[in-house]
Design a protein around this ligand. Structure first.
Ligand SMILES: Cc1cc2nc3c(=O)[nH]c(=O)nc-3n(C[C@H](O)[C@H](O)[C@H](O)COP(=O)(O)O)c2cc1C
Length: 217
């Protein structure tokens, strides 16, 4: 099923069939799950959980970078990072974000927007503990997004801290952890022929239900 030929056939089928109102389930998280699982299944060596994260500072100055989606459910979409990084500082000043997934192998895109909050400390610790030890050491020693004197200095700190934890579990640093984006808008985009693409936007209403509208491509 997962050969390049089969993926190409499926992509063709999707772009021909398109996305219709009747294909969508009322809950966008369920809809996301269906698309995400399919994307994972057909991703090969690509990273389907890589997403663009857009933030803005207090003045509204935007910045975007890739992070990895590490979990999602009805509460929102979770990624992990350094709280003192540029994105961390942006989110402290202006706790809103936009996420974008682009899966060219299916000609699909998903956009998500919402308010952002830190995940509870124990959730960050639990995820941190699952990472390889060397990745944890990197997170501990890296002043993410701040100037560093040299690569050599980073490696020196890496070796120093590695020696402090020979096989034992370092605690998650206070400055590191997860953020959860609680969605208010989720758009599903399916590429179609002649650029007449299909777009459906879910918007959270004041009654906490989801409104679904087709958008012009
Ligand atoms: C494929 C990919 C995955 C990444 N995943 C993460 C991630 O999960 N968390 C993270 O903090 N940075 C991740 N990065 C690095 C970020 O893109 C970025 O360089 C870093 O977080 C600093 O961003 P900032 O200065 O805007 O805060 C990833 C980069 C790539 C290319």
């Amino acid at each position: 099923m997962d050969s390049n030929l089969d993926i190409a056939r499926l992509r063709k089928e999707y772009t021909l069939h398109g996305l219709h109102r009747k294909d969508l389930v009322p809950d966008p998280i369920q809809q996301f799950r269906t698309w995400f699982e399919e994307s994972v299944r057909l991703a090969g060596d690509r990273e389907p959980n890589a997403m663009t994260l857009a933030t803005a500072d207090r003045q509204g100055r935007p910045a975007a970078r890739i992070v990895l989606l590490k979990g999602f459910d009805e509460r929102g979409f979770v990624f992990f990072t350094n709280y003192e990084s540029r994105k961390g500082r942006d989110l402290a000043e202006n706790p809103r974000a936009a996420l974008n997934f682009h899966w060219p192998w299916l000609e699909r895109q998903i956009q998500i927007e919402g308010n952002v909050a830190r995940v509870p400390h124990d959730e960050s610790q639990a995820y941190f503990d699952k990472r390889p030890l060397k990745s944890r050491v990197s997170a501990i020693i890296s002043p993410q997004s701040s100037p560093v004197p040299s690569r050599a200095e980073l490696e020196r700190r890496f070796d120093e801290v590695s020696r402090q934890y020979p096989g034992s579990n370092p605690p998650v640093p206070e400055f590191w952890g997860g953020f959860r984006v609680a969605p208010e808008r989720i758009e599903f985009w399916q590429g179609r022929e002649n650029r007449l693409h299909d777009r459906f936007l879910y918007t959270l209403t004041v009654e906490s239900t989801w409104r679904i509208e087709r958008l012009g491509p």
